[in-house]
Design a protein around this ligand. Structure first.
Ligand SMILES: [Zn+2]
Length: 259
């Protein structure tokens, strides 16, 4: 039995989910690196509004989880070296750091590289992606209890976006406009996306209510900040609609639990 796998950061998991999703939706052949996902593909999978032309995309991806995923793969020697799956669009080869990170030599060890990619394609990464599904950055749990949710990776923070009937109503009422920052995320022309956040969380230990006065309509970015309690809510900055009043006590509850 090999050593337990160490936790992967949220950024790393997001990138891992994007790689796995790519391999499931494209014909990737481990012997043909031209079929592997490019830095650009992965960056766009993670950053929906990425500019059409980008410089230093490999460098940018490092900050978006590639460094974390790389370190995690080095740390956990029993895992296939999945970072070898991302290649430069021009050279069709992994980044300069890939071979040396595993004490291998560029070109000379291409057989090893392809073999690691083959293993990565066959490997079940789902336990390490946690609750993040390949096709979505988060799981949308439809009125589930905590106990009914899929097992999570021990010790990792999992985010569950609960799409209850009332949450769906709130999102529709706000037309998917974030009540915190005003962003209306357009996934594709005419298709908008938002999430509902319970200020006093549902389930243990808070047992907040699933009612309109406890729910804000937010964009995914603001939602993460709220979930991780890194931003307090200033009541007067909250975009409100007449049909949707947020109870001050739930705002206070959130603010009390902020870092
Ligand atoms: Zn927002």
């Amino acid at each position: 039995m090999s050593a337990p796998i160490t936790p992967l950061s949220t950024k790393g998991r997001r990138l891992l989910a994007a790689i796995v999703n790519y391999t499931e939706t494209h014909a990737v052949d481990y012997l043909r690196p031209a079929t592997y996902p490019k830095y650009d593909d992965m960056y766009r999978a993670i950053v929906p509004n990425a500019p059409a032309r980008m410089l230093y995309v490999g460098h940018n991806l490092r900050e978006k989880g590639l460094d974390d995923l790389g370190e995690w793969t080095i740390e956990n020697t029993s895992l296939p070296k999945i970072t070898g799956l991302i290649v430069d669009a021009g050279t069709k080869r992994p980044g300069k750091g890939f071979f040396p990170a595993f004490n291998k030599t560029d070109v000379k060890d291409d057989g090893w590289w392809h073999e690691e990619v083959r293993k990565s394609l066959a490997f079940d990464w789902s336990p390490y992606i946690g609750t993040q599904q390949a096709t979505s950055p988060i799981v949308v749990a439809d009125d589930l209890d905590d106990d009914e949710l899929a097992p999570r990776v021990k010790g990792e923070i999992s985010r569950i976006v609960r799409d209850t009937k009332i949450v769906r109503e709130i999102k529709a009422l706000h037309n998917h406009t974030c009540q915190l920052c005003g962003l209306r995320l357009e996934l594709s022309p005419g298709t908008f996306y938002s999430e509902g956040h319970h200020l006093m969380p549902l389930g243990k230990p808070h047992n907040g209510p699933d009612k309109k006065s406890n729910i804000v309509c937010v964009c995914p970015t603001c939602h993460v900040k709220l979930d991780y309690r890194t931003v307090k809510i200033q009541t007067k900055q909250l975009r409100v609609l007449s049909g949707h009043k947020i109870a001050q006590r739930f705002i206070n509850h959130h603010n009390r639990h902020c870092n």
